[in-house]
Design a protein around this ligand. Structure first.
Ligand code: 6PG
Length: 263
């Protein structure tokens, strides 16, 4: 059951463009996963139809896993010309690629191993180079061409990718940064807000009651034009920003047609 779609207009400090995040809230995680996988599949193919390819950046964490698994299912996977998709990551933990904590491993097990991709299309963050060198190398791999579709999650502290609250990394002019996480694995490599906000389309996938308070705070910051938390500072200049949430995460925002909060 689709509960609510809300878009808000906010003005980037000093910028002309108004960001209109498209916030969609679904009655359950299953519905969120189904809707997210369908929307992302459709838009990946749209980019291929428009530009002949799609540069797709994947997220880590637990929330995107079922979305990857759904995307890998034949009925959806066959709607995408995978020969034209290039796979990147928004961030990586500095662990071996076969490690259970590896975002590369997560995406490989849930999606990449099940769709027709060749090695030259999969651009892993080579953390074995060491964080700083891996960040420089990945910035070179990414180049200056915008990413087409970027998938992100949000932590209960409002972090996204490996961009954490109060970190100097948030103001970085680099495309890729070696970052430190307050929770293990500590050493990370992450794309920057600059790289994210140059993307053509960004999806934030958020589910679970443990994220509700922070999501409310993030949406308030976006709405008031005073983005502080990393997730609130995800404001692609293209304006194509989707927040795909489940009811538990969007609890404070569930309103009926009269705008009253639904208890
Ligand atoms: C990572 C992610 C990170 C993640 C959030 C949410 O590597 O951990 O990139 O930003 O998206 O921590 O994680 P969950 O989806 O597991 O709640």
């Amino acid at each position: 059951m689709f509960l609510m779609s809300m878009s808000m207009t906010t003005k980037l400090p000093g910028a002309k463009l108004k960001i209109r995040p498209d916030i969609r809230c679904y009655g359950s995680v299953d519905e969120q996963v189904e809707a997210a996988a369908r929307l992302i599949a459709e838009h990946i193919q749209q980019h291929i139809d428009e530009r002949g390819k799609c540069r797709l950046a994947l997220a880590g964490g637990n929330t995107p896993r079922p979305v990857y698994q759904r995307l890998a299912q034949t009925d959806l996977a066959q709607t995408i010309d995978w020969t034209q998709v290039h796979i990147f990551w928004g961030d990586e933990r500095c662990v071996p690629p076969e490690d259970a904590a590896s975002n590369y491993r997560l995406a490989s097990d849930a999606l990449l191993a099940h769709v027709p991709l060749v090695t030259s299309q999969v651009h892993r963050i080579e953390v074995e180079r060491g964080p700083e060198s891996a960040a420089r190398h990945y910035a070179h791999i990414l180049g200056s061409e915008p990413l087409d579709v970027v998938l992100l999650g949000m932590g209960a502290d409002g972090h996204t990718a490996s961009l954490f609250p109060h970190s100097a990394d948030l103001a970085s002019g680099e495309r890729v940064i070696a970052a430190l996480s307050p929770v293990p694995p500590v050493q990370r490599v992450t794309i920057s807000l600059r790289q994210i906000n140059e993307s053509r389309e960004v999806y934030l996938l958020v589910s679970g009651a443990d994220k509700a308070q922070r999501l409310a705070e993030v949406l308030r910051q976006i709405d008031s034009g005073t983005p502080v938390l990393p997730a609130a500072r995800v404001q692609p200049r293209s304006g194509r920003l989707f927040w795909l949430c489940d009811a538990a995460a969007a609890q404070p925002h569930r309103r009926n047609d009269e705008g009253q909060t639904i208890q």
